[in-house]
Design a protein around this ligand. Structure first.
Ligand code: SF4
Length: 332
């Protein structure tokens, strides 16, 4: 199946360019698994698909193993040495898979991907905790699929998740936040990286970063603030993206969301009447207590920011991290 382009990112993409995501083909319902089956994922096909363009890829099919095919697995042959093996024939596929993956990821990196969703547990696609078989011992859930390993190494800034982890609402929401942030980053890069644009990007993502890691957010400010003129804009962008990826990789806690919400509420509180002010305060408090989802205080903040025309808040990606139709903030 070719990649499908069925929409753009709504308010989250400044360029109107599509959000392109690489994906293990079987998760889209394509019958590419060893037994001719698939592993269609409902969130992927029924929810996310409206907003993204998929770039499907099945490493085992592209390697020429066919459908159906004998199973393959990771085997530990010596300390620190893992091979990709087809047990029924004894064939060692390690070199073929690695060489193919190195080339394929190069091709993928030219495709403007904003994220990647991998199939868990697969010796080719699994991101982590993939079984490694050992002689006379139980398998250890300690490996990464061989294609996934190359992808993660060669594209360290790319938001990558497994479909299994995406069943956790917090991890799911964080992944989608990162995907849309990556679109905005690429939009900025396409205009040409300058210090002014990097500062603007950081200003827009300040509260998203603060909600994940306050110290990390401050470090990012220092990266941009302390860079002398000897540092090229490209080097500055690389240093910033390295730190941004690290900060954004960790989903925010309820407590850190609460801190950010209170901080942002400070910009609108003075001009609220007592009833509106106590409604906002109560919503933040009840979110913190687990009685309300994040969408409630966030919607109130958006509302008051619009009414008061607070540009400094309305420009924040924190208030509009991804299209509201995804309803991801209703579950965190
Ligand atoms: S997990 Fe990866 S290799 Fe296995 S069927 Fe799915 S896409 Fe193909």
């Amino acid at each position: 199946m070719s990649a499908r382009n069925v929409g753009n990112a709504g308010t989250a993409s400044t360029s109107g360019k599509s959000i392109r995501i690489g994906i293990s083909s079987c998760l889209l319902g394509q019958r590419v698994r060893y037994d001719g089956g698939h592993k269609r994922d409902r969130f992927v096909t029924d929810v996310l698909e409206t907003f993204v363009e998929w770039v499907p890829l099945c490493p085992e099919v592209e390697l020429g193993l066919g459908i159906p095919r004998p199973t393959i697995r990771l085997e530990r042959v010596a300390e620190g040495t893992t091979r990709l093996v087809m047990p029924s024939t004894g064939e060692d596929l390690t070199s073929r898979m690695k060489a193919w993956a190195e080339e394929r990821v190069e091709v993928l990196s030219a495709l403007d991907l904003c994220g990647y969703i991998l199939k868990k547990d697969s010796p080719s696609c699994g991101m982590e905790r993939v079984n490694i078989y050992r002689l006379n011992q139980a398998p250890a859930r300690a490996g990464s699929g061989m294609f996934a390993e190359v992808l993660l190494r060669k594209a360290p800034d790319l938001p990558v998740e497994e479909e299994g982890r995406l069943k956790d609402p917090r991890l799911r929401e964080n992944f989608v936040v990162r995907v849309f942030a990556m679109r905005r980053w690429k939009d900025m890069e396409a205009l040409g990286v300058t210090r002014a644009r990097l500062l603007e990007f950081h200003a827009r993502h300040k509260y998203l970063c603060m909600a994940r890691n306050q110290a990390g957010a401050r470090r990012l400010e220092r990266v941009l603030g302390s860079a002398g003129t000897a540092v090229s804009d490209a080097a500055l962008a690389r240093a910033y993206m390295y730190g941004f990826t690290a900060v954004m990789g960790r989903p925010p806690s309820t407590r850190s969301h609460t801190n950010v919400l209170q901080h942002m509420a400070g910009y609108v509180s003075d001009d609220l009447d007592p009833a509106d002010r106590s409604e906002l305060t109560a919503a933040i408090h009840e979110y913190r207590s687990g009685l309300l989802p994040l969408i409630v205080p966030l919607t109130l903040l958006r509302h008051h920011a619009r009414r008061q025309d607070r540009t400094c808040l309305l420009e924040q990606a924190y208030l509009f991290p991804h299209p509201h139709e995804l309803m991801l903030l209703n579950h965190v």
